[in-house]
Design a protein around this ligand. Structure first.
Ligand SMILES: [Zn+2]
Length: 204
């Protein structure tokens, strides 16, 4: 596993890599398990981190990110809503998408940081991003909004579900941070898509 990642990394210059977890059959358990299936993202309710007009902390809670939807819209111009890629599907977390709020975004604007639990050893999961030679970020259980952004793949574009990706990964090598940056002007309430690269969709 480790060696294969390294081999691929050398083959391409782009250091950003999302590694998709190998899909394996899960053996049925005799006892009922309380653990979440490995492919289900865990949502934890958090109190909104923003302040209200009178300086007190907002009382609303959120399952997505660290701000309630109103503060997320007001402060970051972002929304998490049902993705346009899955119009008929209502179950599961993967149907959410990241959207612009009421205002547009211009090209080359920093949209959202890609944060997550950091690891210096290779880790696996659906939300892993390899940021450099020995750093991996996992946004699986973190309140990372960027993880809600889907990719507009060729098949989705052909099926007219989306018009193409409008974000890209942008890595700051000095402090090892990763942001999503707009690659075109984005209209209000437009779904945001980022190319995760072919490796993300290909089982290891
Ligand atoms: Zn709030």
């Amino acid at each position: 596993m480790h060696a294969r990642i390294k081999k691929r990394k050398r083959a391409k210059l782009n250091p950003l890599r999302r590694v998709r977890k190998k899909i394996v059959d899960i053996e049925p358990l005799n006892e009922p398990s309380t653990e979440l299936p490995a492919n289900k993202r865990e949502f934890v309710s958090n109190r909104c981190s923003s302040l209200t007009k009178n300086g007190t902390r907002c009382k609303l809670h959120t399952l997505k990110g660290t701000k309630c939807w109103m503060h997320l819209m007001k402060e970051d111009n972002l929304r998490v809503k049902k993705s346009n890629l899955f119009p008929d599907n209502t179950k599961g977390n993967k149907n959410f998408g990241l959207f612009s709020g009421k205002k547009p975004f211009s090209k080359n604007q920093k949209i959202v940081p890609y944060s997550g639990l950091e690891s210096s050893i290779p880790i696996q999961g659906d939300y892993i991003l390899q940021t450099c030679e020995n750093k991996w970020k996992d946004s699986y259980q973190s309140n990372n909004l960027a993880g809600f952004a889907n990719e507009c793949r060729k098949a989705d574009k052909t099926a007219k579900k989306c018009k193409g990706n409008n974000l890209k990964f942008s890595e700051n090598r000095r402090n090892i941070t990763v942001n999503f940056v707009s690659t075109k002007n984005i209209q209000p309430s437009e779904e945001l898509y980022v190319p995760y690269g072919r490796d993300y969709w290909k089982p290891l």
